[in-house]
Write a protein that binds this ligand. Structure first.
Ligand code: SF4
Ligand code: SF4
Length: 264
């Protein structure tokens, strides 16, 4: 007993001070991408060709209606598809796409996943009745619908003493009947579809649906396979999109706090 107490005193308080204090991430961390709209056309073309996810959108491959509303943003990254592999940054030598340390890039609307370097303030796009209902207590049920386990692992990390998600009143629970929201990872493989829908049905209303990771948002690396869905929003109404492959625990935490808490 004395040894345990001594050990606790020696270890001190290990929980992160985020969000009261910022956390510095390793240099190699890839957060919100920024895009040089004036990059050389050859470099842009090389990056578009090299991107394994077809996530770089330019005049040449965009939906013809896409740029009408925002003529100045003619090169974008689709964060729903992007797996943050960094190939575009390497190929362009940082002259076209670079990744910042900004981990707060989750969005409430799918259209906002297309970025040219900024995303709307998630707190302002949150639904007010969700904040009222779940701001003090939010219970989530996670479903891995064919994920590779990296997104799942980075969600599990939130329960460790460093992140200590429970201090915000947010917990992952075993039963969907005890949950307010569904957190989905993975590309929703054909054999997980029924289980996912049954879990969704078991949640009492009102319920929140959160898509975590490129797979859940668009199919990720498995996109266009007949064995997976085109994205969670083709099956269920999605309230919150958290991009990444996997999404960093801080991205997950920032999204949950911004979307459900009055202030962080
Ligand atoms: S980081 Fe994203 S946009 Fe860049 S090459 Fe990889 S998948 Fe494509
Ligand atoms: S988005 Fe990436 S890390 Fe997450 S389940 Fe899919 S392949 Fe794995």
């Amino acid at each position: 007993m004395l040894d345990t107490l001594k050990n606790r005193i020696e270890q001190g308080y290990r929980t992160s001070k985020y969000p009261k204090q910022t956390i510095s991430l390793p240099e190699r961390y890839r957060g919100l991408p920024t895009i040089n709209q004036y990059a050389d056309a050859d470099i842009v073309a090389k990056c578009v060709k090299a991107c394994p996810q077809n996530a770089i959108i330019t005049d040449s491959n965009a939906d013809p209606n896409l740029f009408k509303a925002n003529e100045s943003s003619r090169k974008m990254v689709d964060m729903g598809r992007c797996v943050f592999c960094g190939t575009c940054e390497r190929v362009s030598n940082g002259k076209f796409i670079t990744f910042t340390q900004d981990f707060g890039y989750s969005v409430a609307e799918k259209a906002h996943l297309l970025t040219s370097g900024t995303v709307p303030d998630l707190a302002k796009h949150s639904k007010q009745h969700f904040k009222k209902l779940f701001g003090r207590s939010l219970q989530l049920r996670q479903v891995s619908a064919g994920g590779c386990n990296a997104c799942e692992a980075d969600l599990n990390v939130l329960a460790t003493p460093f992140f200590d998600l429970a201090r915000f009143g947010i917990n992952f629970v075993a039963s969907p009947r005890h949950a307010d929201g569904l957190v989905v990872t993975g590309p929703i493989s054909r054999n997980m579809r029924t289980a996912l829908l049954q879990t969704y049905e078991a949640l009492p209303a009102p319920k929140v649906v959160i898509a975590v990771g490129s797979c859940a948002i668009t199919g990720g690396p498995f996109r266009e396979s007949p064995e997976v869905s085109d994205g969670l929003d083709s099956i269920l109404p999605v309230d919150l999109y958290i991009p990444g492959c996997p999404s960093h625990p801080l991205t997950n935490l920032h999204a949950l706090l911004s979307f459900f808490k009055d202030r962080i």
